[in-house]
Design a protein around this ligand. Structure first.
Ligand SMILES: NC(=O)c1ccc[n+]([C@@H]2O[C@H](COP(=O)([O-])OP(=O)(O)OC[C@H]3O[C@@H](n4cnc5c(N)ncnc54)[C@H](O)[C@@H]3O)[C@@H](O)[C@H]2O)c1
Length: 382
């Protein structure tokens, strides 16, 4: 397949590009380095410096023999999106190109506006490029489990049948996002659904939980191919923050009560899920939704796991609760369905002690580069 990856410089985009190329697909990546610019502006740079996209593509070609075409472009600008889609003529577009930080989107008016405009414009331009240039192309869009929030009922895979006053119909599952960033993902889904039902596009929307991990078959070929590893309060996920805190010798900071439950997955499984979705496309006129996670646990359970593995490596890990900077429930029901991707063939890699130990070892090698001021929350929801 000809695969176009939007947001190909990102934590997920770069390993996805290598994975598709290694599987024999023809890959183009597009990015405008928005994440790198925000990271620099907010003092949130990754722990391990990563070369530019062109340099990474050169190293990947040298070690694997596979080509990845690189285009630097702002996909929120329609002409740039259209030009790249015309040139790449993709069978599938993997759409990762959004501002993905919840805290950044809650920092103030400019950051909220930028997140809102960027995310909706990229999705809108992607839809129109497909509709007008490559109408058979399958869009694989990254959504987030955060679209659903934490409802007091089981979370279905995107759709729910509702019986009301004796009649039944099928609707998008109710969404109640906890940040402006997550709300842009809800709006993306609604936009996609409108264009799917109106123009017969084919779309898969993957409701993904927080991803962890640095290791993939291709990323392990050369140090220059490592995915971005952020541990700050802006781009770092809770898993990365805890691992870095364990190495830096500072307590793992649990936000509030720590009963927040989320669904997690290994980076290797993101690659599997996206490729499974791409190689088994949605039908024309179908908005197919999968919940993309492999296991759920609370923040307290995550902290205990990191402590257990860290203590085994003589890191003497402590855990400390701090006031929650977010507005979210700290104790709640959480029971998402996530069977669709397993039915397509997903073989999960779970968060074992060995996986956590492997990540801790990688961080220990960069211990001197940790800037501890970046870890504590610098943005409050109210
Ligand atoms: N990483 C996770 O744990 C996670 C979990 C759930 C959902 N997601 C979603 O997956 C996608 C990828 O996440 P990630 O962690 O790789 O984020 P990332 O920030 O590392 O990657 C996104 C990439 O898109 C690029 N981009 C953004 N706007 C652009 C534009 N206008 N033009 C061109 N490029 C643009 C950025 O520069 C960045 O390289 C995001 O949509 C995110 O919301 C990620």
């Amino acid at each position: 397949m000809r695969v176009l990856i939007l947001g190909g410089d990102g934590y997920l985009g770069w390993p996805t590009a290598m994975d598709f190329a290694a599987a024999g697909h023809e890959v183009t990546v597009a990015d405008n380095y928005l994440r790198r610019r925000i990271a620099e502006a907010t003092d949130s740079e990754a722990l391990i410096a990563t070369p530019s996209l062109s340099q990474r593509a050169r190293v990947f070609k040298a070690v694997s023999g596979h080509e990845i075409a690189v285009r630097i472009a702002d996909l929120s600008q329609a002409e740039q999106m259209f030009g790249i889609v015309r040139e790449a003529d993709p069978d599938v577009i993997v759409h990762y190109a959004e501002q993905p930080s919840a805290p950044y989107s809650m920092r103030g008016f400019q950051e909220a506006r930028e997140t809102f405009r960027n995310n909706l414009d990229v999705t809108f331009n992607c839809i129109w490029a497909v509709k007008d240039i490559v109408p058979d192309c399958h869009i694989v869009k990254l959504g987030t489990m955060g679209e659903y929030g934490t409802p007091n009922i089981d979370i279905e895979e995107g759709w729910i049948e509702i019986e009301h006053r004796g009649r039944k119909d099928r609707f998008l599952f109710p969404r109640a996002a906890g940040s402006l960033y997550h709300t842009t993902k809800v709006l993306d889904t609604d936009l996609l659904w409108f264009y799917v039902r109106t123009y017969g596009l084919r779309v898969t929307d993957l409701m993904q939980g927080p991803v962890y991990g640095l290791s993939t078959d291709e990323a392990d070929l050369d140090p220059a191919l490592v995915p971005n590893f952020h541990y700050d309060d802006i781009f770092g996920t809770v898993v990365n923050r805890f691992l870095v805190q364990a190495v830096a010798g500072i307590p793992l900071t649990v936000y509030g009560g720590g009963g927040q439950t989320r669904g997690y997955l290994n980076l290797r499984d993101t690659l599997q899920c996206v490729r499974l979705a791409a190689e088994n496309p949605a039908d024309k006129g179908e908005l197919r939704i999968f919940n993309q996670l492999t296991e759920t646990f609370t923040v307290n359970e995550l902290a205990e796991r990191v402590k257990k593995v860290g203590d085994g490596m003589e890191l003497n890990v402590e855990i400390k609760s701090i006031p929650n900077p977010r507005k979210e429930m700290e104790e709640h029901y959480y029971n998402p369905v996530y069977s669709g991707l397993k039915e397509l063939g997903l073989k999960p890699h779970f968060m074992t002690d060995e996986v956590l130990a492997g990540m801790l070892e990688r961080i220990i090698a960069h211990k001197d580069d940790i800037v501890t001021d970046r870890i504590m929350p610098r943005v409050r929801w109210s």
